[in-house]
Design a protein around this ligand. Structure first.
Ligand code: PAF
Length: 281
């Protein structure tokens, strides 16, 4: 596995690969890799000649009161996991090389970035699309794979790819869960035993709502009330949002008539977890 820290060197590598007519697959990550990330690599691997993984905890997508400094990191463990997953190139840039002095340009995400995480994390998605566009320009992937746990992130990036005519196919890999249902996340590492146990209310709440819909409940207010009541039973759970929005436009709905995304963001102490499920009538 080749390792790059210098963006220009990686870009030169990608240009040479493309000049030879070979294809590049890409999985962008913030590291502390778990089986969810590895599953994205397995999706990308057979679709390309060269698989690139980036590990970069992007300061631009964290607000001043967020967990940038305590975001978990494990450089050597991540490197070993990438070798095992058949990664060809690991890109490990530093903030000063990605955002050198004088860096001033941002991509502005559109209305898909307004609700859910965009409402509680001001500027977050502008930071995401800015770094993803930079990474696409450096890696020049033919295909890039993102996790479906970040449903809104995927929609926002998908819009950017369409709107800016980026020559890349993006794909979403399904949410990977622990055996008891908790969605895998690097942030799970911060949970205490009690928080970890109570965090099951996210996946179980989603299961409950899915069962309600299967039983014929399409009234969004009632589905949301059930979800909020269920999560609120856990004393350590602090709901950031629980919303059911049109799956394509991320706009409010009153009645489940077409696919909608049920999205949860719940804090356990300083750790904020998200999860989601697509519900169809
Ligand atoms: O989903 C993530 O890990 C990050 O938001 C991403 C896409 C790597 C951009 O920093």
């Amino acid at each position: 596995m080749q390792r790059f820290t210098d963006p220009a060197a990686l870009q030169a590598w990608a240009q040479a690969v493309r000049a030879r007519g070979e294809t590049i697959g890409f999985v962008p990550t913030m590291g502390y890799l778990h089986d969810g990330h590895i599953s994205l690599m397995h999706i990308a691997r057979p679709q390309c000649d060269h698989l690139v993984v980036s590990i970069f905890v992007n300061p631009l997508q964290f607000g001043p009161d967020e967990d940038l400094d305590r975001y978990p990191r494990d450089e050597s463990g991540d490197q070993a996991r990438c070798v095992d997953a058949g990664v060809d190139v690991l890109f490990f840039p530093t903030p000063p090389t990605m955002y050198p002095d004088g860096f001033q340009t941002r991509v502005k995400a559109g209305p898909l970035a307004s609700p859910l995480c965009g409402a509680s994390r001001q500027g977050h998605f502008d930071g995401v699309v800015t770094v993803v566009l930079k990474l696409f320009n450096l890696v020049q992937p033919h295909v890039a794979v993102f996790g479906a746990k970040d449903y809104q992130q995927f929609q926002v990036i998908d819009a950017m790819v369409r709107d800016l005519n980026l020559p890349v196919v993006i794909q979403a890999g399904p949410i990977v869960r622990e055996p008891d249902g908790l969605a895998m996340s690097s942030r799970n590492a911060h949970l205490t035993d009690d928080q970890r146990q109570q965090a099951l209310c996210l996946s179980q709440g989603l299961n409950r709502c899915e069962a309600l819909v299967a039983d014929g409940e399409f009234d969004v207010a009632r589905i949301l009330a059930a979800a909020r009541a269920f999560v609120s039973q856990q004393p350590l759970a602090d709901i950031d949002y629980i919303e059911l929005l049109d799956a394509e436009h991320l706009t409010p709905i009153d009645w489940l008539q077409r696919p909608a995304v049920l999205a949860f963001a719940v804090r356990f102490g300083a750790t904020r977890l998200i999860d989601n499920r697509i519900l169809s009538p």
